[in-house]
Design a protein around this ligand. Sequence first.
Ligand code: FES
Length: 165
Amino acid sequence: MSVKTCKCACDTAENGREFAEIAKIIELYKDKEGSLIQILHRVQETYGHLPLEVQKFIAASLNKPLAEVSGVVTFYSFFSTRPRGKHTIRVCLGTACYVRGGRKIVERLREILGVDIGETTEDGRFTFEVARCIGACGLAPAMMIDDTVYKQVNVNMLENILSRY
Ligand code: FES
């Protein structure tokens, strides 16, 4: 089976190269078990996020309804329909972190970054998120930037931590 060309507005010259990359990913995974999730993961890695036009292209290519693709994208929190920052900050607001100052960390980061939870900074450097528990409860409050866990964080450490990125 060959990958079909999308008939929506995404089928333009400026998007051509990126969609060619996406088509290659679809070809690679389309016949595998659980292919939709694998394709969405790989496309997000390549494209950065999964906007509606990309979802439409994937749905058309796989002969699936757009609602099925969009349903998966919106169900899993690790899929994003908006551009993500180069780095992802996740402040833990699980019980241990919350009672030991997690909320203050969130408030201070809002001020420093100038964005709200779920948003990406204007310079595209950081996407700001919160988490339920990141497995460092004994050394709360904790936060992560990409794969690095920062423990016993206090508001005075934040600018120094961010300057490393
Ligand atoms: S509650 Fe924050 S690391 Fe577990």
